[in-house]
Design a binder for this molecule. Sequence first.
Ligand SMILES: Cc1ncc(COP(=O)(O)O)c(C=O)c1O
Length: 379
Amino acid sequence: MKFNTKTIHGGQKHDPAYGAVMPPIYQTSTYAQTTPGGHKGFEYSRTHNPTRKALEDSFASIENGTFGLAFGSGLAAIDAVIKLLKPGDEVISTNDLYGGTYRLFTKIFEDFGIKFHFIGMENADKVAQYITKNTRLIWVETPTNPMMNIVDIKAIAEVSKKNNLLLAVDNTFATPYLQRPLDLGADIVMHSATKYLGGHSDVVMGALVVKDEKIAERLYFIQNASGAICGPQDSFLVLRGIKTLHIRMQRHCENGRAIATYLKNHPKIEKVYWPGFEDHPNHQIAKEQMDDYGGMISFVTKGSDFESAIKIVENLKIFTLAESLGGVESLAGHPASMTHASIPKEEREKTGVVDALIRLSVGIEDIDDLIEDLEQAIG
Ligand SMILES: Cc1ncc(COP(=O)(O)O)c(C=O)c1O
């Protein structure tokens, strides 16, 4: 089955009761048993729920994995991955990553004795330099949020395999429409399904997909034991969202390309971060591991600072000033005061997240309206 077909049919069965084409929202916490243990595969909805199961099977299918797991948020999914580790274990992570992931690693898991090394991963050899006898996991975000750096998943997977480590990739920005980390050698794919997979800015959810049965077993155990699951209604909404992922992504990519090009040619713009440009430092890797370049773009206007960047995002009328990304509507954000405010200023500026940086999640509206909006806001 090819990707566009998988988004609609992958892992899906018509409901056995009445043949419903969409899985019903099984809004139940528990399931009748004929005798203790005599049930139809579902006992309690923290452990399993048929609507969530349909979604988890869809996750596995679109990421070319075997096992999918849905969580109450992207961070809950990341939390489950780090719970595969023990005190004393070490993680090597990209240094330019979503602020909430950085906060979870440094403000929660460091207190439990897990050590994190945050490094630039543009060169896989550099990753190897940080491996110690305690390293267990490499955490990659690519494209990175918000600097749009690209990490070579295949090269990092080679280092990871050689050293018997786990490699997890946050595939939120690219989605499996553009990039399939398991095919490139990763062990775990993670999503904030809140973003492109859900696609309509109406759900908060996380996803994990793996191929290996042992890793899956442990993650299912953690999912049930820690309990950070999502409900059936949200599962239904994300499953519905995935059915149009391919056509939404196609338009996100088209609009993203048009806006990146418009900004690059704008006399008031200093720098545009978008991996589709040939002069992007990791363009070659992006070209090899992604099928297109997506709708996430960051930029800095000439001579701008904190206040002038705020003014631009406040002036936008069709782009909504908001946290999050990946919905059908265009959003603009100011990472320094919003998504990345939890990263200390010195740390975020080292990776380019300066006060003047603006991040766009380009939606699927009419491109002329989006460009006109940017034109009036930038001035
Ligand atoms: C790349 C990335 N990973 C993880 C997360 C966390 O996901 P959630 O907000 O669903 O917990 C986000 C949220 O913005 C994100 O952008």
